[in-house]
Design a protein around this ligand. Sequence first.
Ligand SMILES: Cc1cc2nc3c(=O)[nH]c(=O)nc-3n(C[C@H](O)[C@H](O)[C@H](O)COP(=O)(O)OP(=O)(O)OC[C@H]3O[C@@H](n4cnc5c(N)ncnc54)[C@H](O)[C@@H]3O)c2cc1C
Length: 333
Amino acid sequence: MRTFAYARADSVERAVDAQHAQQAGAFVAGGTLLLDLVKLDVMRPQQVTDISALPMKEVAFVDDDRLRIGALVTNTDLAHHPDVRQHYPLLSQAILNGASTQIRNMASTGGNLMQRTRCPYFRDVAAACNKREPGSGCDAMQGINRMHAVLGGSEHCIAVHPSDMCVALAAIGATVTLQGPDGTRDVDFGNFHRLPGETPHQEQDITDDELIVALTLAPPLAPQGAAYVKLRDRASYEFALAAAGAMISLDGDMIGEARLALGGVATKPWRCAEAEEILRGQPAETATFERAAEAALADAQPLEHNAFKVPLARQAIVRALRDATRDAKEGHA
Ligand SMILES: Cc1cc2nc3c(=O)[nH]c(=O)nc-3n(C[C@H](O)[C@H](O)[C@H](O)COP(=O)(O)OP(=O)(O)OC[C@H]3O[C@@H](n4cnc5c(N)ncnc54)[C@H](O)[C@@H]3O)c2cc1C
């Protein structure tokens, strides 16, 4: 493992300034991802700025109906926060489906947004990876690509975005607030993660010297039912092969509003806008859910080893919509 300098920031401004002054710096929050990748030699910061003591741990409603979440709120605290459980149950469910209790206790909201792919070729410095080493190629294309993306890939990268929390955020809608040397700016969550295209190393709309300070959720869907379905090789402590997050409001037996996003199958948290269109105003029944699932995967491009993900994702969608409908009928919110 390479050595790096370490400093603890005592204000947001000083954290940003410290990062701005560095050529190869990195923030560290919970450290659950950064330290892994430093040990693997995938990330090579020379200076690490510890942001864990900064005042970014608040969860509170702003403008009456939008929940603002500080970037340092831990995954555990967020999942169990009463306002999240009551008004954004999909977010709570998605987080609790990720990682393990110990990791969630350390992992931060900002760090989850910034987490890197689990593609084994990205994590192996002996392999070619355009995300890790731009222009070096992609060994996953002809390699073992069972875990890789069927949506949003390019000829340069097919790595899956691994987050569960971000699937819920894609469905809910949110704004990411960044602070840089010149002040703050807001980025729509849907545009925060980038498609790989020709530049898979540019993963998010954030510069090296910008800090995520908070996330503000869109107003909750009400009344709503929600369900997060995660299908994986083992029942816990595993990343998704396919995951679906669904929120539904009902008008009698008809769907009022619907939100749907996928994980485990795409290169970024994947909002299924066309499927949502199909769902709105239709009977809340299996035939409707299957049509939506078909539309959500219509552009899928399976690889040699991962064609199974297409029917798997469809099944995850149908199950999530069915469970969300049941939840709505039981009058969750
Ligand atoms: C074994 C294991 C299993 C896991 N399983 C899952 C899973 O099933 N589902 C899932 O969703 N996740 C999973 N995770 C990922 C976990 O959720 C992330 O590691 C965690 O959210 C990262 O948060 P952190 O605070 O520890 O980030 P850190 O490791 O501190 O930082 C991660 C990256 O984010 C940057 N960063 C951190 N905070 C900020 C900020 N405020 N502004 C700008 N940049 C920032 C850092 O510079 C670094 O590049 C797993 C992780 C591990 C190690």
